[in-house]
Design a binder for this molecule. Structure first.
Ligand code: APR
Length: 249
């Protein structure tokens, strides 16, 4: 029984590791100009053989350096609590908007969980710390690090989609508020245009007090605007390529 258990556990580990590695490679290979093996090695060194609660954001510096974000002036799209609607749009309109999850690193690691363990060179996909279990976990540190790097290259007209169906669309604890907005500087970012996604039962909109906090926290010199836009209008922009990017809303 013990042998069976050991076999089952090691098989489970091997399968988990094979699966994340194959997902990483198959997603990575869609971006032709990168060496995926080199990126996998840079990715692994961030967390392998480490306590999964002791992976700081800097651990991903070599990975970011190996796949730097390109300037996407006027196309950078940020979001908070609007993941599905925003990616539904960018999947079809990458001529207009690019999110972190449309870039190589963001798309390769989107929706994945991973961690290492002290004394092992393996990648684990189960038994990893949850997002809030400890701050310095491998997944959270990656998203914080990559979000910072993505915000650093934003320029020109920057858009952010916020959710009008929640109480605090601009939440200070979000990655958008705590990591991305503080990195917008007026010499690069000219305008911050918030699109408030309005569904049938919305409870907030551009008049929400949290938006005043956003307006006040951005660098003076960055022009701020906010527009309430129905979810269906955003979907229409996605399904009609003939709509000009500037006319989506
Ligand atoms: N558990 C797991 N993952 C989480 C959690 C959590 N509690 N909170 C955030 N995340 C990760 C997930 O990958 C999720 O899809 O962060 C993503 C965004 O979370 P939101 O709370 O919706 O938004 P926010 O924290 O503002 O982050 C979004 O950061 O990903 C970048 O550039 C992107 O502008 C975007 C912003």
């Amino acid at each position: 029984a013990l042998i069976t258990l050991i076999l089952a556990l090691s098989l489970g580990l091997t399968l988990g590791q094979t699966k994340i590695k194959s997902t990483f490679f198959s997603r990575c290979e869609k971006f032709k100009e990168y060496d995926c093996q080199k990126l996998w090695d840079a990715f692994q060194q961030a967390y392998v053989n480490k306590d999964p609660c002791k992976v700081p954001v800097e651990a991903y510096d070599p990975l970011i350096a190996a796949a730097p974000f390109k300037h996407q002036c006027n196309k950078t799209m940020f979001w908070s609590k609007t993941k599905d609607v925003v990616h539904g749009l960018t999947a079809k309109r990458n001529d207009c908007f690019v999110t972190l999850e449309d870039t190589l690193l963001g798309s390769v690691l989107d929706n994945l969980t991973w961690c290492g363990k002290e004394g092992s060179n393996d990648t684990f996909t189960t038994g990893c710390p949850g997002w809030s279990e400890c701050v310095n976990n491998p997944v959270r540190s990656f998203w914080n690090r990559s979000s910072a790097a993505f915000a650093d290259v934003a320029c020109g007209n920057v858009t952010a989609m916020l959710n009008g169906s929640i109480n605090t669309p601009f939440n200070p604890t979000s990655i958008f508020a705590s990591v991305e907005v503080p990195r917008f500087i007026a010499s690069r970012v000219k305008n911050l245009n918030v699109v408030m996604v309005i569904q049938k039962n919305n409870i907030s909109n551009c008049t929400d007090p949290s938006l005043k906090n956003l307006r006040q926290s951005i660098d003076t010199g960055i022009t701020f605007s906010c527009k309430d836009v129905s979810e269906s209008r955003i979907q229409e922009c996605g399904s009609k390529p003939e709509i000009a990017c500037g006319a989506c809303w």
